[in-house]
Design a protein around this ligand. Structure first.
Ligand code: UDP
Length: 370
């Protein structure tokens, strides 16, 4: 059977592209290597009725109205504002750094208007490259060495298994610093968790007469037998080109789930552990959807170099390599026969909303060219 488009991967990037193509009247085949849809935002309900995110915590947040309207066509969201505490010096402290964090750590009582001066004194005492050249420089230039060492240094070493000075500044830009008492992890206008889960959201996106989904099939094993006008590729960038410019690095997670016979394990959904233990964070899933159960399911995250690719690794070496692959991608995309989109195919540290934004944009550009 002929398909107008073959979409490789049934995560957010692939399903968004498939939906837009299907709505434009194209017949779309989605091929998914795993035996489930939804990619890394896959979730399921466990035996205690708690929705578990298979690949670690996913919180939807965006300032992009188009994206928010797109996802709201396929699911309702609950009202959820993500809060994180960091376990440091034996205490649970608000994170990212805000006024209350400073009061806790330094045992002081300052007002919002005094925060800027306080932090600038911390920065003055510290050494860093100005302008910042790497992850450490960005953080130290904002909050000084003391807070960098307490909250960032060891978490980053655990997460990436490298010196924070080898990581590019962009990684640090994900974490805000606030002078006020806002203790949310994200300040985006639209935030929430899909009421019936991410898997259901993706199932609804893919539920269209023009879309056929095949699971448990590796695209690379069947690609020679497929005929289509367009391939939307969302898998690993280097794999597509047979690693011709060398391997790109990815980080994975070893996620250990535990169920406890207590109502709550911790006060918020996520607690970070920068300095203690081998895990980086613990997620207690029931907080996300306010699920009621006498038991609770929590997830310990142990970063590792082995296993499924969860994260791209933002070092200059990987980014140089990415550039070579990107040139090949641009050449293929110019033919009108390919779209590369998503965290893996673009080798970008995208959030979920950014994946959807990129997929909508690239697919619409392709359609406008027809
Ligand atoms: N980070 C840190 N301490 C924390 C949280 C984050 O040093 O308590 C750093 C760490 O390098 C991490 C990066 O900031 O990889 C981005 O954090 P984010 O929470 O965005 O990571 P993700 O949710 O993507 O795993």
């Amino acid at each position: 059977m002929f398909f107008d488009a073959v979409v490789v991967g049934a995560g957010l990037a692939g399903s968004t592209a498939a939906r837009i193509l299907a709505e434009s009247g194209r017949k779309v085949l989605v091929i998914e290597k795993h035996k489930h849809i939804a990619g890394h935002c896959h979730d399921y309900k466990d035996n205690n009725g708690i929705t578990v995110h298979t690949y670690g915590p996913h919180i939807f947040h965006t300032n992009n109205k188009t994206v928010w309207e797109f996802v709201n066509k396929f699911t309702e969201f609950n009202y959820y504002q993500h809060k994180v505490l960091s376990y440091a010096e034996g205490k649970l402290i608000p994170f990212p750094i805000n006024r209350d964090t400073l009061c806790e750590v330094f045992g002081i009582n300052i007002a919002t208007y005094e925060v800027e001066e306080f932090l600038s004194n911390e920065v003055k005492k510290s050494k860093f490259n100005n302008p910042p050249k790497n992850f450490r420089d960005v953080i130290v230039s904002q909050v000084g060495e003391r807070l960098y060492e307490l909250f960032f240094k060891n978490y980053t070493i655990k997460q990436w298994e490298r010196d924070p000075e080898e990581l590019l500044p962009d990684v640090a830009k994900r974490i805000p610093v606030r002078a006020n008492r806002d203790d949310r992890y994200f300040s985006d206008k639209y935030q929430g968790i899909p009421k019936y889960g991410y898997t259901k959201l993706v199932e609804n996106i893919l539920n269209h007469d023009n879309i056929t989904v095949m699971m448990g099939i590796d695209y690379f094993e069947i690609r020679d037998y497929l005929k289509s006008s367009l391939v939307v590729y969302t898998g690993e960038l280097d794999r597509f080109f047979d690693f011709s410019h060398g391997k790109l690095e990815y980080r994975s997670l070893n996620l250990v789930l535990k169920t406890f016979d207590i109502e709550f394990y911790q006060p918020v959904a996520v607690v970070n552990y920068p300095n203690d233990y081998d895990w980086t964070r613990i997620t207690e899933y029931k907080h996300f959807l306010d699920e009621k159960s006498s038991k609770t399911t929590v997830c310990f995250e142990y970063p590792t170099a082995h296993g499924k690719p969860y994260y791209i690794v933002m070092t200059s070496e990987n980014m140089e390599r990415r550039k070579k692959y990107t040139e090949e991608v641009e050449r293929l995309e110019r033919t009108g026969e390919y779209i590369f989109v998503g965290r893996l195919a673009e080798y970008k540290y995208y959030n979920m909303d950014e994946v959807i934004t990129a997929s909508i944009r690239k697919t619409e550009v392709w359609l406008n060219g027809r």
